[in-house]
Design a protein around this ligand. Structure first.
Ligand code: GUN
Length: 440
C-alpha cells in the first residue's frame, strides 16, 4: 500500500532503501533536539518546552512533506534563524521572545499566502539553471564547512589575523571526525548500503571509550522520558500595539528573506542531487513542498519555536538512495519517537554528525560538472553563488550574490533577452536589501 501511495518501486527505489534513507536523515538532524532548546533558552524560553515544540513542529512539517509533497525532505527549526532569533532579536535588539515568536508566526502566514499565490514557485522557477547547479555545490561547501568548524570538532577554527585556520588535530573530537570521514569513505567506496548510518553508529560507539568524553551519555542514565509540557511557550504572541513598529517589520523581513531563499536553495540543491528535477530543471510538486515549509513555520510559532525550514541534512538520506515521501515519513516517525527517547537520540556526538556533513558536502559538489565554464556571464554568477555560501555562512546570501551578478552581467553585455521579469524583480529586491543594509 505504501509502495503504491509513494510510487516507491516506480521511482526505482525500494522500501528498505527508503527506510535506511529516513533513518540516516534523522540521525544527522537529531542534534537539533538538543541545540534548538539550548539556543532559545538563552532568549529566556523554557528548555524542556522548546524541546517538545522542536520535535512536534518537525513531525507536523515533515508529515506534510511526506504525505502531500511526497518528497524525501525533512524539516525542523533551522539553525540559521534560531541563532538570529535568540542572539540578535532577543539579545542585541533586546526584544522579548514573545515578540520574536509573533514575527515568526506572521512570517509563516505570509509564506502561506505567497505559496498559495504561486509567488515562491515563480521565484524557484526563475533561477537560471547554472545557478541552480551552483546552489547545490555551494550548499556542499557550506555544510562541509559547518561540520569542520563545529565547536566540538574544531578542525577549522577562527584565525588570529586571518579569518580561519587549522585547529588542533590531536583533540579527540577532531580525531573522531576524521575517523568518521575515513570509515564512511571506505564503506561508500565498497558500496555498502547504509554507509552513512553505519558510520554514524560506529563513531557514536567509539565515542563511548572512557576518557574521550565524546558521546553524550544521559545524565541520570534514563533513556526514556515523557515529553515536557508546552504550556510555558504555547501560543505566546504579543498584541497589535507592539506589532505596529519598524522594529517588528524589519525582524519580520529578515525571517521572510532568509527562510524563503534558504528553502528555495535547499529544495533545488537537494532535488538536483536526488535527480528529481524535470527536463526544465524544475522541482516536482514544489508548491506542496513550500506549503509544508509554510505550515511548519506557522505551527512551530504556535507551539513555541523559531522558523521551521527544509533541512540541508536531507541530502544525507538522498545520498542513501531516498527518493520518495516514504523517506520523510520515516523521519517524521523518528521525531515522534524522539519525543519519548530524547536522551537516547541526543547521544549522537558532534564528531559523528560532522563527519557526515563533510561527506554530504562531497556529494552535493557533483553538479559542478554541469555548470557552463565557457560562458563567463553564466560562470561568474555561478562561482559567486558557490563561494559566498560558506564564506557568508548563509545559503540566502549566496543566492543573492549569484542572482544579482547574473542580472547585472547580462544587462551590461547586452544579453538582457536572456532575463525574465521574475529575475529582474528578485535582483531589484536584493539591491534594496544591500543598499538599505536590511538584515545587518
Ligand atoms: N536549509 C537549512 N538546513 C539546516 N540545517 C540546520 N539548520 C538549517 C537551516 O537553517 N537551513
Amino acid at each position: 500500500m505504501l509502495d503504491k501511495f509513494f510510487n516507491i518501486t516506480g521511482q526505482g527505489s525500494s522500501m528498505k532503501t527508503e527506510i535506511v534513507a529516513g533513518l540516516t536523515t534523522f540521525a544527522t538532524m537529531a542534534y537539533i533536539l538538543a541545540v534548538n532548546p539550548y539556543f532559545l533558552s538563552v532568549a529566556g524560553m523554557d528548555y524542556g518546552a522548546v524541546m517538545t515544540a522542536t520535535a512536534l513542529s518537525a513531525v507536523i512539517a515533515t508529515l506534510v512533506m511526506a504525505l502531500v509533497a511526497k518528497l524525501p525532505f525533512a524539516l525542523a527549526p533551522g539553525m540559521g534563524l534560531n541563532a538570529f532569533f535568540a542572539f540578535t532579536v532577543c539579545g542585541v535588539m533586546g526584544c522579548s521572545w514573545q515578540l520574536a515568536l509573533t514575527a515568526v508566526f506572521a512570517e509563516g502566514i505570509i509564506f502561506l499566502l505567497l505559496t498559495f499565490f504561486n509567488v515562491r514557485e515563480a521565484i524557484i522557477n526563475s533561477i537560471p539553471t547554472n545557478i541552480k547547479h551552483a546552489i547545490s555545490v555551494g550548499i556542499g561547501l557550506f555544510i562541509a564547512f559547518i561540520g569542520l568548524a563545529h565547536q566540538d570538532v574544531a578542525i577549522i577554527v577562527q584565525g588570529q589575523g586571518i579569518p580561519v585556520h587549522l585547529g588542533n588535530l590531536h583533540a579527540p573530537g577532531a580525531l573522531l571526525c576524521i575517523l568518521g570521514i575515513i570509515v564512511i569513505g571506505v564503506l561508500l567506496i565498497r558500496k555498502v548500503k547504509g554507509a552513512i548510518l553505519i558510520g554514524l553508529l560506529i563513531i557514536t560507539v567509539v565515542g563511548l571509550i572512557p576518557g574521550l568524553e565524546i558521546t553524550n551519555l544521559p545524565k541520570d542514565g534514563a533513556l526514556v522520558s515523557l515529553p515536557p509540557s508546552l504550556k510555558p511557550i504555547f501560543f505566546q504572541f504579543v498584541g497589535f500595539e507592539e506589532i505596529l513598529s519598524w522594529k517588528f517589520v524589519s525582524i519580520l523581513f529578515v525571517f521572510l528573506f532568509v527562510d524563503m531563499f534558504d528553502t528555495v536553495g535547499t529544495l533545488v540543491g537537494v532535488a538536483s542531487k536526488a535527480d528529481l528535477l524535470d527536463e526544465e530543471g524544475r522541482v516536482p510538486r514544489v508548491k506542496q513542498a513550500l506549503f509544508a515549509d509554510a505550515i511548519g513555520t506557522t505551527a512551530g510559532a504556535v507551539l513555541g519555536t523559531s522558523t521551521v525550514t527544509t533541512y540541508v541534512e536531507s541530502a544525507a538520506g538522498v545520498a542513501e538512495g531516498g527518493k520518495t515521501g516514504m523517506t520523510s515519513l520515516v523521519v517524521a516517525f523518528m521525531f515522534f519517537l524522539a519525543l519519548f527517547f530524547t536522551p537516547l537520540f541526543t547521544m549522537i556526538p558532534a564528531a559523528a554528525s560532522s563527519s557526515v556533513l563533510v561527506i554530504i558536502g562531497i556529494f552535493m559538489m557533483s553538479p559542478i560538472t554541469k555548470i557552463n565554464f565557457e560562458d563567463y556571464s553564466e560562470f561568474i554568477p555561478a562561482f559567486l553563488t558557490m563561494i559566498m555560501m560558506p564564506l557568508s555562512y548563509s545559503i540566502a546570501e549566496g543566492i543573492a550574490f549569484g542572482m544579482l551578478s547574473y542580472v547585472i552581467l547580462k544587462v551590461l553585455t547586452g544579453r538582457y533577452k536572456e532575463l525574465n521579469i521574475a529575475m529582474i524583480c528578485i535582483a531589484f529586491i536584493f539591491v534594496l536589501k544591500y543598499v538599505y543594509n536590511i538584515g545587518e
